[in-house]
Ligand binder design. Structure first.
Ligand SMILES: C[S@@+](CC[C@H](N)C(=O)[O-])C[C@H]1O[C@@H](n2cnc3c(N)ncnc32)[C@H](O)[C@@H]1O
Length: 392
């Protein structure tokens, strides 16, 4: 299957099944799909959590229930890069946490031997660039917004005698086109949304020989309505919005149980407050309350409601029954989690759709393009690598 064929098949399937994922769980008091009510009601909270952390089990559970799901594993599949990790001296990995270092080792291995000068986009402290410089890339130029990260990166590179320089720049507002060259390998690891999109566009304009990127946070720094990059995706009827793009990021490595517990309380309290607000105001739509320091959720539901009411300019009557609304929140959370579970069946497919849009855009610009996974998803669920090269 070509990338274009894979994209078209995925696009058709996502369009046919959009009622299951193109929705906002908080909008519903009850499950919006009657055919799924019985099977979802049979799941305990523990079953929901287990299914949610195992994408293959999710596909198996929903294949007999939603037409088309049985095709998702094949259409979202990407082959692994199969490159062998190399070892580095301890001083290269200093200051890089375990999983991140393994992720970087796999990413660097999948890029192949660096023969061209490297442009490293949204570099942070330039860990990736330092590893490429250590692997004998002729030189590395790292671009980063935060001055202190540039300084720290430059300091490490100097101490380690690596051919690397940093430039501080805001890649969205500064003139950065001149950093791209033809004889260059432009790399971007986990540059968010518009940061990697403008990277791709500028690298193509400069006819940069090689472009490699692992995209993430597809919605960031972009308009709510998704603007497709490739001609094929421009013809799609999906009309993706931020809400849908965020779904692509929801395959996470399981959060530690303490974090999960706070998150559970947070969702229950937010939904309980929402039920209270609806009752007081007569409104029927969900209104979000801003994010807040998690410490708030170790206090009481009553104090959370006082804080939220202040944010929403709502007056809570003295005799309100907090227990009643807390219970409503707990019941609604069960509904929300089950809607989210159904949406999660499609999360990887949406990410692959977004990645293929980028890959097809690069093909359109004359590049030979491959799309692979570069590491296990336990190291990072954002494990997709797009590699593009101009034909010689
Ligand atoms: C998720 S981090 C990735 C860092 C590094 N590439 C890695 O994988 O370890 C994203 C980086 O992009 C930088 N960044 C965010 N907005 C930027 C902008 N407008 N211009 C340049 N860099 C930006 C951030 O400061 C951050 O260091």
């Amino acid at each position: 299957m070509t990338l274009a064929e894979q994209f078209t098949a995925l696009d058709n399937l996502l369009y046919a099944t959009r009622q299951y994922w193109q929705c906002t769980a908080f909008d519903y008091d009850e499950l919006p799909w009657t055919s799924l009510s019985a099977p979802l009601a049979q799941l305990s909270d523990n079953d929901v959590a287990k299914l949610d952390s195992d994408q293959d089990a999710l596909y198996r559970f929903f294949s007999p229930l939603i037409e088309g799901v049985e095709q998702l594993p094949k259409l979202s599949a990407l082959s692994a890069a199969q490159a062998k990790r190399t070892d580095y001296p301890f001083w290269i990995s200093n200051g890089i946490k375990g999983r991140k270092f393994e992720q970087l080792q796999d990413f660097v291995a999948a890029l192949g031997v660096p023969t061209e000068p490297v442009l490293e986009w949204c570099a942070g402290k330039g860990h990736l660039g330092r590893m490429l410089a250590y692997n004998k890339a002729p030189k590395v130029h790292s671009i980063e917004l935060q001055q202190h990260l540039c300084e720290q990166g430059q300091h490490s590179a100097q101490q380690q005698g690596l051919a690397m320089k940093f430039s501080q720049a805001d890649v969205l507002t500064d003139d950065v086109a001149h950093y791209f060259e033809t004889q260059q390998h432009a790399v971007a690891l986990h540059a968010c949304g518009a940061l990697h999109q403008s990277f791709m566009q500028q690298a193509c304009s400069a006819q940069t020989q090689q472009i490699s990127l692992s995209p993430c946070c597809y919605h960031l720094f972009t308009d709510d309505m998704y603007e497709a990059m490739s001609e094929l995706a421009k013809c799609s009827k999906l009309n993706m919005r931020h809400r849908d793009l965020k779904l692509a990021l929801q395959e996470t490595v399981t959060a530690p149980s303490r974090v999960a517990k706070v998150r559970k309380t947070e969702v229950e309290w937010r939904l309980g407050f929402d039920a209270m607000r609806k009752e007081i105001t007569g409104s029927t739509t969900y209104v979000s309350v801003p994010s807040v320091n998690k410490a708030v959720f170790s206090d009481s539901f009553k104090s959370f409601c006082a804080w939220a009411a202040d944010k929403k300019a709502l007056e809570i009557p003295q005799d309100i029954d907090y227990e009643y609304f807390l219970l409503k929140g707990q019941v609604r959370k069960k509904v929300t989690e089950r809607i989210e579970l159904v949406r999660h069946v499609f999360r990887r497919a949406i990410e692959v759709w977004l990645v293929l849009d980028r890959a097809l855009y690069l093909q359109q610009q004359g590049y030979q393009v491959t799309v692979n996974t570069f590491c296990e998803k336990q190291l990072t669920p954002r494990n997709i690598l797009i590699k593009a090269r101009l034909p010689i």
